[in-house]
Design a protein around this ligand. Structure first.
Ligand code: HEM
Length: 141
């Protein structure tokens, strides 16, 4: 019994040692900013999406988006921007827009050499925000 508990603890420890946190796997804050930059280049070239960003200050958006994604992929970073439900509300963003947007993020991650495993993990986290972005969040919690 004691042996089992011990080996479980050892296994958990060695797992956390062998796998760096998700933000590190995405290239750290600097690497992530480059990915986010490229994502918006792709988004602005997409005629289904670019009109949403016509009057947006893109430098600030890249900064806030990088901070948000860093905050959900690392325990050490705090997101200081606007509430996601409020900032996307009333813009007419559908699930289709959301999924195209995430597709551009995926392509940007791939072109920066992020592993499929890390990509899966970050996409899983982003999927949890779909209702907030598309305005389908009518129940809290
Ligand atoms: C994974 C999905 C998404 C995440 C995590 C996300 C996150 C964010 C963040 C962090 C900001 C900045 C808030 C601030 O300035 O404090 C923002 C702004 C914005 N987002 Fe998103 N977003 C997502 C998807 C989308 C989609 C699909 C669209 C439209 C097609 C969109 C349109 C916008 C626009 C137009 C702004 C700028 C608002 C402004 O500064 O006036 N977002 N988003």
């Amino acid at each position: 019994m004691r042996g089992t508990v011990c080996s479980t603890v050892l296994r958990i420890n060695s797992m956390s040692e062998s796998e760096p946190d998700l933000l590190t796997q995405l290239g750290g804050t600097e690497g992530l900013r480059r990915v986010v930059d490229e994502m918006y280049v792709r988004v602005l070239a997409d005629k289904d999406l670019n009109h949403f960003f016509a009057d947006v200050e893109m430098d600030k958006l890249v900064r806030m988006q990088t901070e948000f994604m860093a905050s959900i992929t690392s325990g050490d970073i705090e997101y200081t921007g606007a509430d996601l439900t409020r900032v996307h509300k009333g813009r007419g963003i559908t699930r289709q827009h959301f999924s195209q947007f995430v597709g551009h993020f995926t392509s940007a991650l791939q072109s920066h050499g992020v592993t499929p495993h890390a990509i899966d993990q970050v996409l899983g986290k982003l999927a949890m925000y779909s209702d907030k972005i598309t305005g389908n969040a009518n129940v809290d919690g």
